[in-house]
Design a protein around this ligand. Structure first.
Ligand code: 1YM
Length: 638
């Protein structure tokens, strides 16, 4: 026990006390997100060690008591006395608050990002934390409780002299966090991303909690090249090679990997010091400038564009592009409202220069790949032009005719959008029942005929030309893309109502894909819902029950008894219900079940993958996805 408190110790305690008083300032929030952040902070230190070239393996274990252990096989945190603080360096790491990850000096610290606050913050917010350092044939150990040192760094025993590394085990403080149970899948997602971004480090995640035992290992020798392959796995690549550029300019490490697929959407993800920058910034701008200029220059020099042709725009070239832009920079400056946008102007030039130089060489050496990309871009250019004309016609029309609502829409009479909802209904016959069933004042019905266009597989001009899509756009009132204005939304709720079978699920997915790609704000702000029609109707002695799942039917049968008086009807489609049944089961706001569609978390890459996996044309990844997510998919009804 350290009983003598010098001025230094008092200062340390005050520092960590500040963290406990205002945890949000240091880790963003005390929700589940902040909780998981604790793990990333510790893993970041191990990743730094891997980037410095000393560590090849990181293990993250969720222990049965809900504590977490992070172990690496690096050099081990130094245990010698730090001259300035007069205590072992390892104790400094866990008890002194540092700004960013600068302590220790040298190299690129990944912990320099949004909340790059370091191990002492994790310590302050843990009920207890133990660090073990394996070094020189000894295990050094120290324990802290709520940030306070419990005993001086001790030698807890011998270890194999060839073994080096660090293990940190901590129990998050339940009096600080709203949520203290770790989510395996959330950690899995982020650790996989880290493994892609740090080539050659093996990261193992193991759940040892009772009844949840499982393990996943991530190890990618190809680094971000493999990341691109992974992101494109549900799509058809336009060419085999993943284009890769790497270099250093003014102390900034630049790494870019990219590959086109035959879809029409761009998926570029940018990172600074291994932290995602969803709002982009200077590094992303540098990347975009480089590819726009390089492809135009190449196309002109090789007569793939005629002198009279207009330049390809960045959008044309990035159609169907999957890319990772990852830089390492010593002092990142983040700006924007959420501090997720890189501001360092020198990063723009660094990325632009590395990519231009190496992409030029790649294109010269791979003329067939270059031609495929330019050809696709030229098609995108033409489609963009056609779409612009189509949009202009629609705009002019709506200016002339006012907002001509689609003929098929049975609108509601209340004009206050906050009271109103619109049911998008598959098929004319179900649309008919819904029109009859609805509460006319507040419920509008828009019937759609058959399958709607898969926007993942169509170019803009076809999408804008599609009658069902046009009907939705005009009914919602918000416009689309750059014209999108959520304040013009005519309904508080947009409810997708399809049959409770595979076809219905497919149509719901197509509709969600459209909304996600073209009006994501509607989903983000919680306006989009799925209706839940019943699967079964049970009649017995003139009484009626509806069941929305097989389990529920079983429950009802247990309750009422299984005998010959049971009349069970399996609904195959909405059309089999009369208007009254449809109202009772699916549309009456007092009795219906609505599922709100949300964008889970902030992991854009995985959301994009979900849609591609479900809607793309490769079967294997889809099956894998459905198997992996069987429970979630069932809940979503898709
Ligand atoms: C499970 C978490 O923290 N590993 C880790 C941390 C350090 C080192 C090695 C390390 C760094 C250096 C020299 C250096 C840290 N050391 C420090 C400090 N794993 C985990 N592995 N020797 C070892 O940066 O020069 C901070 S982090 F500051 F004490 F050197």
């Amino acid at each position: 026990m350290s009983t003598e408190y010098g001025a230094d110790q008092i200062q340390i305690l005050e520092g960590l006390e500040a963290v406990r008083k205002r945890p949000g300032m240091y880790i963003g929030s005390t929700s589940s997100r902040g909780l998981h952040h604790l793990v990333y902070e510790i893993v970041d230190n191990a990743i730094d060690e891997a980037m410095a070239g000393y560590c090849s393996e990181i293990k993250v274990t969720l222990n049965p008591d809900n504590s977490v252990s992070v172990t690496d096989n690096g050099r081990g945190i130094p245990v010698g006395i730090n001259a300035k603080a007069g205590i072992p360096a390892v104790e400094v790491v866990f008890t002194i608050l540092h700004a960013g990850g600068k302590f220790g000096g040298g190299g690129y610290k990944v912990s320099g990002g949004l909340h790059g606050v370091g191990a002492s913050v994790v310590n302050a917010l843990s009920d207890w934390l133990e660090v073990e350092v394996f070094k020189q044939g000894k295990i050094y150990k120290q324990r802290y409780e709520r940030g306070k040192v419990m005993y001086k760094l001790e030698i807890a025993g011998p270890c194999d002299p060839s073994l080096t590394g660090t293990r940190v085990t901590f129990m998050p403080d339940a009096s600080i966090f709203e949520e203290t149970v770790f989510d395996f899948d959330v950690l899995k997602q982020r650790l996989r991303e880290m493994a892609f971004l740090t080539r050659n480090v093996k990261i193992e995640l193991t759940d040892e909690r009772e009844g949840m035992e499982k393990s996943r290992t991530f190890h990618y020798e190809g680094g971000i090249k493999e990341f691109v392959t992974f992101l494109n796995r549900g799509k058809t690549p336009l060419y085999e090679e993943v284009i890769y550029c790497e270099g250093e300019r003014d102390g900034i490490l630049v790494e870019v990997a990219m590959q086109h697929n035959d879809s029409y959407n761009e998926g570029t993800y940018s990172f600074v010091n291994n932290i995602t920058t969803p709002e982009g910034g200077t590094h992303l701008t540098g990347f975009r400038n480089a590819i726009t200029k390089t492809f135009n220059d190449y196309a002109r020099a090789n007569k793939l564009l005629k002198d009279s042709d207009a330049n390809l725009t960045g959008d044309d070239i990035r159609e169907g592009l999957t890319a990772i832009v990852s830089i390492k920079i010593e002092e990142p400056q983040f700006e924007g409202q959420t501090k997720q946008k890189l501001g360092n102007s020198e990063a723009r030039g660094a990325v632009e220069s590395v990519v231009t130089e190496q992409l030029e060489v790649f294109l010269e050496q791979h003329p067939q790949v270059a031609k495929k990309i330019v050809d696709k871009s030229v098609l995108a250019q033409r489609a963009r032009e056609a779409a612009r004309k189509a949009r202009e016609i629609t705009r002019r029309k709506s200016a002339l005719e006012g907002l001509a609502l689609p003929g098929k829409l049975a609108d509601c009479t209340d004009k206050d959008p906050s009271h109103c909802e619109i049911y998008i209904v598959e098929g004319d016959s179900a649309g008919g029942s819904a029109k009859e069933a609805r509460s006319r004042a507040t419920q509008a019905i828009l019937p759609l005929r058959g399958k709607i266009l898969n926007v993942e597989k169509a170019r803009l001009d076809r999408i804008y030309g599609n009658a069902e899509i046009k009907a939705m756009i005009t009914a919602f009132g918000t416009g689309i893309h750059e014209d999108f204005d959520i304040s013009k939304l005519r309904y508080e709720k947009i409810i997708i109502m399809t049959d409770a079978d595979v076809d219905g699920a497919h149509i719901a997915t197509l509709l969600l894909t459209f909304l996600y790609r073209f009006m994501p704000e509607l989903i983000r702000q919680g306006h989009v819902y799925l209706a839940t029609p019943p699967l079964y109707k049970l009649e017995k002695n003139k009484k009626v029950w509806y069941a929305y799942s097989d389990e529920q039917l079983a429950d009802i049968l247990t309750e009422v008894g299984r005998d010959q008086n049971n009349k069970i009807q399996r609904y195959k489609g909405l059309g089999e219900m009369d208007a009254e049944q449809l109202w009772e089961t699916t549309m009456d706001p007092k009795r219906r079940i609505l599922k709100r569609v949300n964008m889970s978390g902030d992991d854009a890459a995985s959301l994009d993958l979900t849609f591609t996996t479900l809607m793309g044309d490769q079967v294997e990844p889809r099956r894998e996805f459905i198997e992996e997510n069987a429970q979630r998919v069932r809940n979503l009804d898709i």
